[in-house]
Design a protein around this ligand. Structure first.
Ligand code: PLP
Length: 375
């Protein structure tokens, strides 16, 4: 049976991975500055991660959410402690889209209202409400367009006020650093205004930290730079370092009710262990601080490249914007220099999303490769 052909694939077949490197079946070594789409947070095959997952698998890998699972509580308190989001409650699921789907649904349950405000160039996933809140018509089926979502530009106070005044908005969902959209960020003033207007009009703020969370931005969550208190924070990707796990952190002003949310796989024993391992390593190796320092180092180096038009992002969620499209450049980086980078909906931008324990020498390798590509 052929595969349903939805992914344009690079002709590389990873067979093994360690730290910041991926090896193909012929033994060629690639520097992974893409992290499998911002997923690999603590590095490929980390010892702690493998040990904790193996140990858990030998005990119990899965049981449903009909029984007690203390690992979920352990994970919840560990996220509370490390993120500084004291008092939030955790609901677990298995992907970023599912996290946002639950976040949007919860906001609508809580406020009793149907419409969502999202931002131009936003990406929140491919399921029903998440894809409707994603600013890309090409991935919305007619079914998805039944949802009520209004897209406004970042930093447009007037549009924000006008839409909220209509009285039917349940949530504003935003990425503190846009991922797929190309690394743009709203201003602090605008985010503060979102908070004020949401609190006044009974609208939930959803911080989508699926890509930017768990230390990638140099803070535990990228929205924390703005000193706001979201109602819901959605998480996935780096949370599991490759194990499919996601979730939402829910502010306790939103009350839970049996049956309101649910999932078969969410919060299973292996998923919790993967995420507990990630948190253990993040703290022990001080990876948030390291991500910040490496980001600053890379930005300084990138400023010396005359062919780079703009440098975007922070921590290890970075983008380099060029004057022309980067498709050919990314292929050259893979096949001539053996470096993985990411693309975005901005065709002129490459994304840099390495494991958070990447070192200066790896970032230097990209700078050198870019110089050679532009000779
Ligand atoms: C900000 C953001 N939200 C949600 C998602 C969707 O996550 P998933 O692909 O795990 O469903 C992504 C994926 O790239 C993302 O970047």
């Amino acid at each position: 049976m052929p595969l349903f052909d939805v992914y344009p694939l690079y002709d590389v077949e990873p067979a093994k991975a360690r730290g910041v490197y991926v090896y193909d079946q012929k033994g060629n070594k690639y520097l992974d500055l893409y992290g499998g789409h911002a997923v690999i947070s603590i590095g490929h095959g980390h010892r702690t991660y493998k040990r904790m997952l193996k140990k858990q698998l030998n005990r119990i890998g899965f049981y449903s959410n009909a029984v007690q699972n203390p690992l979920q509580e352990m994970l919840s308190s560990e996220i509370n402690r490390q993120s500084g989001c004291a008092g939030y409650e955790l609901f677990m699921c298995s992907s970023g889209a599912e996290a946002n789907e639950n976040a949007l649904k919860l906001a609508s349950f809580h406020t009793g209202k149907p419409r969502v405000i999202a931002f131009q160039n936003a990406f929140h996933g491919r399921t029903s409400a998440a894809v409707a809140a994603t600013d890309n018509k090409n991935i919305q089926a007619p079914l998805n367009t039944q949802q009520q979502v209004t897209f406004i530009p970042f930093n447009d106070d007037k549009a924000l006020e006008k839409e909220i005044a209509k009285g039917d908005v349940c949530a504003i969902i935003f990425e503190a650093i846009q991922g797929v959209g190309g690394l743009d960020e709203p201003t602090t003033d605008f985010v503060k205004q979102i908070e004020a207007i949401c609190n006044k009009h009974n609208v939930c703020i959803i911080a989508d930290e699926v890509q930017s969370g768990f230390g990638r931005s140099g803070d535990f969550f990228a929205y924390q730079k703005y000193m706001i208190t979201p109602h819901i924070i959605s998480i996935a990707k780096g949370m599991g370092n490759g194990f499919p796990v996601g979730g939402i952190l829910v502010n306790p002003i939103i009350k839970s009710k049996y049956g309101m949310l649910g999932t078969t796989f969410g919060g299973n024993h292996l998923a919790c262990s993967a995420s507990l391992a990630v948190l253990q390593v993040l703290e022990k190796e001080q990876l948030c601080d390291h991500a910040k320092a490496m980001g600053e180092y890379f930005v300084e180096k990138a400023k010396t490249l005359p062919f780079v038009k703009t440098i975007k992002g922070r921590g290890l969620m970075l983008g380099l914007e060029f004057e022309k499209e980067v498709g050919v450049l990314r292929k050259e980086l893979i096949f001539n220099h053996r470096i993985f980078t990411g693309g975005s909906s901005n065709k002129n931008l490459i994304r840099i999303l390495p494991p958070l324990n990447v070192q200066k020498k790896h970032l230097d390798q990209l700078i050198k490769a870019l110089q050679i590509c532009h000779q």
